[in-house]
Design a protein around this ligand. Structure first.
Ligand code: ARG
Length: 403
């Protein structure tokens, strides 16, 4: 039963139902526990302002707890005819509690429900991303501990440039991850505002709801006072979250590109663990880095999802529009993809071995040209002159060998 049905004769054409619901009922499965939490806080608030009796509140809270438990065991399916988790939950409350169930939607709209459930989910998801970033950082630190002293050529323009090392290479990604953790924290701080009680986007007249109470119960740092600002944040906050995901993926993309190159026969700087490599169906000798290629590719997938959200939200006038429903799948996919890539990169790093002798053999003389110029500077030669002297020496040697 849809929440908006008013009686006989307003049945929805099945074609239109399938189109408007899309896969939202399936995506909403992950929001069920969050909507139950928000509905519980809402019921407590309705009781406090005198709309519900203590008994009605307790019955609602108990049943919402049961729904969350069912969902936890995958036993709370949302049908297409339910449209979304908000409808499925209200229908269940009415089925179990009759008239008491019919009171839960007082002073709210699915527009603030979806915002609230999403925001609670997002805070959890960002917390998980933070933990995964920490694990990834630990794996990078382990690479440094195991083989940090191994030298590596540093490249600009994919040409040998200056000496680097495994410690410098892995440490750069560890620093990148530390910056991403700070960005995750900033994002959590920004989204940590309760939209509950903004209702359809213009607040709740007459009833005197207590928005601070629900925000406190749900652990939000503050209330989004202006109800229109709550709607304004739909899509915008989700795009910001995927912005952080894309920032994380930016580094993973580069790390994967480095390792793909280092792992070629031509470079031979690294050895990937057998457990992370895949083979070829035709060429028996192959040990392929598919895992790294997909890590690299998934950056583009996350970037695409970020763009999708930013694009979907554009040009709409203020207030809720059904267009925004399509941001949900992009958000979930962007977050899931980033989380799985962080797990995978940690596994790859755990089995990574630099081939020390090949790396040392690659430390050819031209990598030290800048060092030579600075040694001359240290002895009092002006830098441009030192640069020219060293350049000439390399030119004389055909840019090879010791000048
Ligand atoms: N599934 C909808 C969404 O994600 C829930 C809100 C529906 N609101 C409405 N007014 N039709 O946006």
């Amino acid at each position: 039963m849809k929440l908006w049905r008013k009686g006989e004769g307003d049945d929805l054409d099945p074609l239109i139902e399938a189109f408007t619901v899309g896969n939202d009922h399936l995506l909403d499965q992950r929001l069920v526990p969050y909507d139950c939490r928000a509905s519980t806080a809402h019921a407590k608030m309705l009781c406090k302002i005198g709309v519900l009796t203590d008994e009605a509140r307790d019955a609602l809270c108990r049943t919402l707890e049961q729904i969350a438990a069912l969902a936890d065991e995958d036993k709370f399916p949302i049908e297409q005819s339910d449209e979304d988790c908000h409808t499925a939950i209200e229908n269940h409350l009415i089925k179990e509690l009759g008239d008491v169930g019919k009171t839960i939607h007082t002073a709210r709209s699915r527009n603030d429900q979806v915002l609230t459930a999403l925001r609670l989910y997002e805070k959890d998801a960002l917390g998980e991303l933070k933990q995964l970033l920490e694990t990834y950082r630990t794996e990078l630190d382990d690479v440094v501990h195991r083989q940090g002293t191994v030298p590596l050529p540093g490249y600009t323009h994919t040409q040998r440039a200056m000496p680097a090392s495994v410690a410098m290479w892995a440490g750069s990604f560890a620093d990148g991850a530390a910056g991403d953790v700070r960005q995750v924290d900033h994002t959590i701080e920004m989204i940590d505002q309760s939209p509950l009680g903004s209702a359809a986007g213009f607040g709740v007249p007459v009833l005197g709801i207590d928005r601070q109470m629900t925000a406190d119960i749900l652990g939000f740092a503050q209330v989004m006072d202006n109800p229109m600002s709550a709607q304004l944040s739909r899509g915008k906050f989700e795009a910001a979250i995927l912005g952080v995901c894309a920032q994380i993926m930016y580094d993973l993309n580069k790390l994967a590109s480095d390792l793909i190159l280092f792992n070629t026969r031509e470079f031979g700087f690294v050895e990937l663990d057998e457990r992370v490599c895949t083979g070829s169906s035709i060429m028996p000798q192959k040990k392929n880095p598919d895992v790294l290629e997909l890590l690299r590719a998934k950056y583009h997938e996350v970037l695409g999802e970020e763009f999708k959200i930013k694009s979907l939200g554009g040009n709409l006038i203020s207030g809720y529009h059904r267009d925004l429903q399509l941001t949900k799948g992009a958000l979930f996919n962007g977050i899931d993809t980033t989380a799985s890539c962080l797990k995978v990169v940690a596994a790859v790093l755990g089995g990574l071995r630099f081939n020390e002798s090949t790396c040392r053999a690659a430390m050819t003389d031209e990598l030290y040209a800048t060092e030579r110029a600075y040694t001359l500077v240290d002895q009092g030669v002006p830098f441009r002159e030192a640069y020219q002297q060293v350049a000439a020496a390399y030119r004389d040697k055909g840019n090879k060998g010791n000048p």
